[in-house]
Design a protein around this ligand. Structure first.
Ligand SMILES: Nc1nc2c(ncn2[C@@H]2O[C@H](COP(=O)(O)OP(=O)(O)OP(=O)(O)O)[C@@H](O)[C@H]2O)c(=O)[nH]1
Ligand SMILES: [Mg+2]
Length: 536
């Protein structure tokens, strides 16, 4: 059954002898006589039409007709008009070159802004890692090779496919999964392509065990850095496999799905599988990018004769590869570098946001306990005045500074006032005081209870106000669609949540309550307090 398959299919003595001519082979071979008859017929029709328009066939009509024939001839790569029309086409190419140049310029600019971002990050280890990554991407900007990563589950035939493509016995091939343990790089040259191709073999994905997972990570890392990915499969896709390759496509990666080992299947089964794959991947892979290969076909026993060793069947893959790289190669490289720059930028920004949030939280903590100390000494007569005590303009200036924003004293005061007003008018001050007093009243001596409640409440309200300012400065000095009220309410509700509230009360005991009780009631036995998780 499989024997026939090889006689029906085209064999190639040297599949790598692919060039531009080869890509257009299909066009050139497709019934040229019919094509010439069609061109003559269209020309006559046009001559007739043009003649009718200017009432008789004249020199201008003939000239127009000749230009049209030239155009049609160029489209099919024939005729003497090619040179003339080339200059028109070049203009079109220039504009796509321009888009490439602008993509490279955008990448250059993005790298410059990453340099500035790195100077803002304090963590030396993380800064070094970002810097190394930035230098690697900078080098990518000037590189000459196209990077092609061969990716897929273990034992699907990735290394065998590379052997067939480069016509050399490289890497380790075995029926067991995990034969390729680390990435390996080879060179592949396709004739007619200016750039060389760096072809990277990767370990299989979705293998069991810690080592398997580590190998998958390294394969994914290579895939994310590639210009083009060959995803090698040997049957239907598993759902996790589909998820992984879909996520690569979402990152902007260009994929070709290579269905290998087709020598093990009948043609009907192959057709059915392709239909299934088409429907599974219709959202991210075009049907023409699903290609069948047989990288290392099985030897076929011939009764009474010598066993037959079929040649690898990879012609359709080479044709598609040459086509894609010829038409999209430059664009793929530029897109890939831009994607890497953007990812690096995102990584840097994430680090900076984390660092800024940590510093801002420390600042809020400091102001929270400061106001708490002040109120314990001098409690306020009216509860709503706590809002004003909680929102300190100096704290607003410091938080703004942490986010790289310089604001005036006046602006800080007005921001503080608006958040204070919201706290008071929405009843959040009263609400907060009542939650805190119901938590603390029972466990505290009556003598200090009211002072402590005010002190702890002001610290809690400072947290809510501070967190609201973090949101405001993180969003480039914008309260968002719901305005200041929504932000303040959000942080109020968040801080009311059990996990946050309990940890705050524990800090309140450490910072305020215990020292105060100790100072005033040295001889009293210790009171009950909220338990830590794990306390018994
Ligand atoms: N029948 C058949 N077997 C193939 C084909 N391609 C590869 N194989 C066999 O499949 C097995 C695995 O091939 P490898 O090239 O090692 O597969 P791999 O994907 O590199 O495997 P890992 O490196 O372990 O991830 C080997 O026994 C190959 O001989 C094919 O087209 N047809
Ligand atoms: Mg391998």
């Amino acid at each position: 059954m499989f024997y026939n398959r090889y006689y029906n299919k085209e064999k190639s003595a040297n599949p790598l002898e692919i060039n531009k001519k080869f890509i257009f082979m299909k066009i050139n071979n497709s019934k040229p006589i019919l094509f010439y008859i069609l061109i003559s017929f269209i020309s006559l029709l046009i001559v007739g039409l043009v003649g009718a328009i200017i009432r008789l066939i004249s020199i201008p009509a003939i000239l127009i007709t000749l230009v049209i024939i030239g155009g049609l001839s160029y489209y099919k790569r024939i005729g003497p008009w090619q040179g003339v029309l080339n200059s028109f086409i070049k203009n079109k190419k220039k504009s796509s070159d321009l888009s490439l140049i602008s993509k490279k310029e955008a990448a250059g600019k993005s790298l410059k802004s990453i340099e500035q971002l790195i100077t803002l990050i304090n963590d030396k280890v993380k800064t070094k890692a970002l810097e190394d990554e930035k230098n690697r991407v900078s080098l990518e900007l000037d590189r000459g090779d196209i990077i092609l990563v061969v990716f897929g589950i273990g034992s699907s035939g990735k290394t065998s496919l590379i052997r067939a493509l480069i016509k050399n016995i490289v890497g380790k091939v075995s029926p067991e999964m995990g034969s390729t343990k680390t990435k390996e790089t080879f060179r592949l040259n396709l004739k007619g392509l200016q750039r060389g191709i760096k072809i990277i073999d990767t370990p299989g994905i979705l293998e069991a065990g810690i080592e398997g997972r580590e190998r998958e990570k390294s394969a994914l890392m290579e895939a994310r850095k590639s210009d083009l990915i060959l995803v090698v499969i040997e049957g239907d896709l598993r759902s996790t496999e589909t998820k992984t390759i879909r996520s690569l496509s979402k990152l902007g990666k260009r994929l070709l799905l290579v269905l290998n080992k087709i020598d093990l299947r009948g043609e009907n089964e192959e057709k059915r599988l392709i239909e299934i794959l088409n429907s599974r991947c219709s959202d991210f892979i075009e049907p023409k990018d699903i290609i069948c290969t047989s990288a290392s076909p099985q030897t076929i026993a011939i009764p009474g004769g010598k066993p037959y060793q079929p040649l690898p069947e990879i012609n359709s893959l080479i044709r598609r590869l040459a086509n894609i790289l010829h038409e999209e190669g430059e664009e793929l490289i530029a897109d890939n570098i831009l994607i890497q720059c953007n990812n690096l930028g995102k990584k840097g920004k994430k680090l900076l946001v984390k660092q800024r949030n940590q510093s801002a939280k420390k600042c809020i903590d400091k102001y929270g306990w400061l106001s708490s100390g002040v109120l314990i000494i001098t409690p306020l007569p009216i509860i709503d005045m706590l809002a004003a005590a909680a929102v300190n303009a100096q704290m607003v200036i410091e938080i703004a500074n942490i986010y790289g924003v310089k604001i005036t004293n006046e602006r800080a005061k007005s921001l503080a006032l608006s958040v204070g007003k919201i706290l008071a008018t929405l009843g959040l001050v009263k609400g907060g005081v009542s939650i805190i007093s119901s938590t603390l009243s029972l466990s505290l001596p009556t003598l200090i209870v009211s002072k402590v409640i005010q002190g702890v409440s002001v610290s809690w309200l400072t947290r809510i106000a501070g967190a609201s300012f973090i949101t405001y400065f993180q969003q480039d000095q914008n309260w968002g669609d719901g305005g200041i009220q929504e932000v303040v309410e959000y942080h109020y509700n968040l801080n009311k949540r059990d996990e946050y509230f309990k940890s705050f009360i524990r800090r309140a005991y450490e910072r305020v309550i215990d020292p105060l009780v100790e100072k005033n009631f040295k001889k009293l036995p210790p009171k009950s307090r909220p338990l830590r998780e794990g306390d018994s």
